[in-house]
Ligand binder design. Structure first.
Ligand code: SF4
Length: 461
């Protein structure tokens, strides 16, 4: 330690890092792709990887057969999401070298966007006994089809069930994307135009809602005129004061948000929002610092220049991807310094099937929250939250009681969801969340092994 110079050894060493667009020409399938093609959203969408055959077309002999077989085995077995990877997203895997199989296996972006069977925990350990398809019970809380009314003043509008990229850990795996051998997806009944109209009609009739998350899926997959029509409808409702557009495409397909018609359209919406005193923001989902490239920064800044109030990041805490303080802080500084994106939340990975290899325990999440405090400005220090079934987001230090041995945490809430209007006990009940069993001490693991799925009484008390 040198006094007077404030040069101290710190657990995290901050240093401004320049963003880098990896050279896509290092990948055989993209060797001849021009800069103009790469910047084209149409080119990116037309060259997405949706199968192992197409993956082989990009990487060729750089990856060995066992890697391709491992991807194939996952898709045929436990994958809850089908493959869909824009070239932009693939190019951020092993960004600073010509990839080989070992580097790909270790890569954090690969680990959540291109799952392989060997990633998952073996046998029954792959899923928690209480994992569920719609683990947050969003469908039960639909006020009208696709509109989840869980919090008193906020709703989530799922406008469509597709995205330009599919994330292996998607919490809406029940509905979003194509069916896989492991998961037959639900389908909306209403036509999009009728569903969107029903949502707007509900919001006109429900003035207690002031905040609308416009999501999916990913709004980047909606023709822009349809998105503009829906958001314009929201802007016409006096009680709506906050609108957040959810799009992972800002990082997976930034080319979409850089198209002239999209930037101009966002400018129109932002102008109307400002005139009406409504806060219009873009929310994205970035999980690894290497995904924040100059193109991503350009897209984020284009949204800010168009007049949206903020671009914010809601990441997901995933083992092997970002579950260390260094990786979280590297990501937050890349977002904040490099792209003008405000780090906002990191969600603990929800209890969906086959996700135990990604999930971290509440105790680990609490340590991470502690370890990232004090480096970022307060307004950009993300809260790590647990989305507790039937409750909603709770900061990880809000837990009411925690049985660390068995990995069962108990939570309370201070509002009723849409399905609890007549439930007098809703605010007195305790709601549970479960740690991955593999993170428990031997005695806790033995308890689960003996009991299997505990009696229903342990679910809520
Ligand atoms: S972008 Fe969002 S909705 Fe789409 S697959 Fe990823 S996590 Fe799911």
């Amino acid at each position: 330690m040198r006094k007077g110079q404030f040069v101290l050894e710190q657990p995290y060493e901050y240093g401004a890092r320049e963003l880098v667009e990896p050279d896509w020409r290092r990948l055989p399938g993209f060797a001849d792709v021009s800069g103009a093609e790469w910047r084209s959203a149409q080119w990116q969408r037309a060259h997405c990887v949706k199968s192992v055959r197409q993956l082989r077309g990009v990487y060729g002999d750089l990856l060995d057969e066992s890697f391709y077989a491992d991807v194939e085995a996952d898709q045929a077995g436990r994958a809850t999401m089908s493959l869909l990877l824009p070239p932009q997203m693939l190019n951020t895997m092993v960004p600073d070298a010509v990839p080989d199989s070992a580097a790909m296996r270790a890569d954090p972006v690969r680990r959540y966007m291109l799952p392989v069977a060997a990633d998952r925990l073996p046998g029954a350990a792959a899923s928690h006994p209480y994992a569920a398809r719609d683990s947050l019970h969003e469908h039960e809380m639909w006020a009208v089809e696709g509109l989840t009314h869980r919090y008193p003043t906020k709703v989530l509008a799922e406008l469509l069930p597709t995205c330009p990229q599919y994330c292996g850990h998607c919490t809406r795996m029940d509905l979003v994307g194509n069916s896989t051998p492991a998961v037959h997806k639900l389908r909306f009944d209403l036509k999009p135009v009728d569903r969107h109209a029903a949502m707007l009609d509900y919001l006109r009739r429900t003035p207690g809602v002031r905040d609308v998350v416009v999501s999916g899926g990913d709004v980047a997959n909606l023709p822009f005129r349809n998105l503009e029509a829906f958001v314009s409808g929201l802007l016409g409702i006096e009680s709506v004061r906050d609108i957040r557009l959810a799009t992972k495409a800002l990082v997976g397909l930034p080319q979409h948000w850089l198209q002239d018609d999209v930037v101009e359209g966002m400018g129109r919406l932002a102008r109307t929002a400002r005139e009406r005193g409504v806060s219009l923001a873009v929310h994205t989902h970035v999980n690894a610092a290497q995904q924040v490239t100059p193109l991503v920064a350009e897209a984020a800044r284009a949204m800010l220049a168009a007049g949206v109030r903020d671009v914010r990041n809601q990441g997901v805490l995933l083992r092997g991807v970002n579950a260390t303080a260094t990786r979280l802080l590297d990501l937050c500084f890349a977002l904040l310094d490099g792209a003008g994106v405000t780090p906002y939340y990191f969600y603990m990975c929800d209890m969906i099937p086959n996700a135990e290899h990604w999930r971290v325990s509440l105790a680990e999440a609490q340590v991470l929250q502690h370890d990232i405090m004090g480096y970022l400005p307060g307004f950009a220090t993300p809260r790590i939250v647990c989305d507790v079934p039937y409750v909603g987001k709770r900061w990880v230090h809000q837990v009411a009681e925690y049985d660390r041995e068995r990995g069962i945490s108990y939570w309370t809430k201070n509002y009723r969801t849409g399905i609890e209007v007549d439930d007098e006990d809703a605010l007195d009940r305790r709601y549970v969340y479960y740690d991955p069993i593999s993170t428990l001490p031997p005695s806790g693991q033995a308890w689960w092994a003996q009991r299997g799925v505990p009696a229903a009484g342990a679910q809520a008390r």
